[in-house]
Design a protein around this ligand. Structure first.
Ligand code: SF4
Length: 408
């Protein structure tokens, strides 16, 4: 059999104009950026600093905060200062709706402290008296040399534009067409707003576009259209993705397909946290999506078998979980800590069926004993058997070997 070595991979990245958000490059071939958003009241300075710090530590390269009222706008420079005192310079993005123009004008220190302003054309608009609101924000952004994200959203779409397109397509209206017309309104809303921003003097290298929808197929169609009709940098995200596995699956399906097609310069996985849940989960999922697709490496990757009836005890699950947590907690900045280590794959397997084979493909791997197997756990390093671990300290011993491996 002749093997074609030309393995299919992602399409070439869609060409976009690079935008600098603080020191972070978005688009124009830069690595795809993971971002997130706080859910604290921005007026709660300490609470917001703590959550931005947690998101940044988890690997969020930009963090968006809501700026919805005067108290929030007044808090922004203090949040920026508080983060700087902790050595955190992650760019902060202000999320503005309705009165953003007033807040940015009344609180110049807020306008200065933010690295980017997010504007929703659906509730700013630019066709009538609201025109000055959009123009005011662009003017302030221009004065401060700040980029903007023009973020159309299915749930707050420009109603005038939608009505106009519905009227124009009334003759062919059926339920399917309504979705198609709504998608077109999303794309037009983003593109017309971007064109208006350029008319107002904002250069293209300070404009990022997004068009968020909550249904996977609509999201894919909208972004494909947006990318084919412009070269603005693109923020990808599925809005209202939902809780738990549904949110993760829907976001991964939609964003995975678009990323594979070369579309998307920065991503946010919008997950509804479980009550008391950890906000940093959305950062972790975003990183894992990019890493498992081969676009970037963030943390060492742990491969673990699912376990089955051959798994003798909970030791296997505990070890897999413990190694995963250890790597994520101890090595969020591992590339800085261990310069030169580009990629690391760790395997934790439950028996000898696939254990040794899979472990040999990893940089370092362990195969725990399955049912009826001798109580010994061979460790493989760079494809060769390195040592056999035994006894109650297998987990700690293996972690030490992982660290030793990286350091060497
Ligand atoms: Fe089961 Fe062994 Fe396969 Fe793990 S490697 S799923 S324990 S057969």
């Amino acid at each position: 059999t002749t093997i074609d070595s030309d393995i299919a991979g992602p399409a070439p990245r869609h060409h976009t104009t690079q935008v600098k958000v603080g020191d972070v490059a978005v688009g124009g071939g830069a690595p795809i950026v993971v971002q997130s958003m706080t859910n604290t009241d921005t007026a709660d300075i300490d609470g917001t600093i703590a959550q931005v710090a947690a998101l940044a530590r988890a690997g969020s390269e930009m963090v968006r905060i809501t700026v919805d009222r005067e108290e929030a706008a007044a808090a922004v420079p203090h949040i920026r200062d508080g983060l700087a005192k902790r050595g955190i310079n992650t760019p902060l993005i202000g999320d503005f709706h309705y009165i953003g123009h007033k807040l940015l004008a009344a609180y110049p220190a807020c306008a200065e402290a933010l690295a980017k302003y997010r504007i929703n054309p659906g509730n700013v608009g630019f066709k009538d008296k609201r025109d000055t609101q959009f123009a005011d924000i662009i003017e302030i952004a221009n004065k401060n040399n700040k980029p903007v994200r023009i973020g159309a959203n299915w749930g707050s779409l420009d109603q005038e534009l939608l009505t106009k397109l519905m009227d124009e397509n009334a003759a062919s209206a059926n339920p399917r067409d309504v979705r198609a017309v709504t998608r077109e309104a999303m794309v037009q809303s983003a593109l017309l707003s971007a064109a208006r921003a350029e008319e107002l003097g904002m250069p293209k290298n300070r404009i990022i576009l997004s068009a968020k929808v909550s249904a996977v197929q609509d999201l894919i169609a909208v972004y494909q259209d947006l990318a084919s009709r412009s070269d603005y940098a693109i923020h990808l995200g599925l809005t209202e993705a939902g809780m738990g596995s549904k949110g993760i699956v829907a976001s991964s399906a939609a964003l995975g397909i678009l990323l594979q097609q070369g579309i998307g310069d920065t991503i946010r996985i919008s997950l509804t946290p479980e009550p008391g849940g950890d906000r940093t989960r959305e950062v972790q999922v975003g990183q894992e999506l990019l890493q498992t697709m081969g676009f970037r490496t963030f943390v060492p990757l742990v491969a673990a078998c699912p376990g089955c009836g051959r798994t003798t005890s909970t030791t296997f699950q505990e070890l897999a979980r413990s190694i995963q947590d250890f790597i994520r907690d101890e090595m969020p900045n591992w590339k800085t800590k261990y310069p030169g280590v580009e990629e690391l794959n760790v395997a934790v397997m439950g028996c000898i069926v696939n254990g040794p084979g899979e472990s040999k493909h990893a940089n370092i791997g362990i195969s725990l004993p399955g049912t009826g197997e001798a109580p010994a756990a061979p460790v493989f390093v760079d494809g060769k058997k390195f040592r056999t671990l035994r006894g109650p300290t297998i987990s700690a011993d293996f972690k030490a070997l992982v660290i030793d491996y990286i350091e060497q």
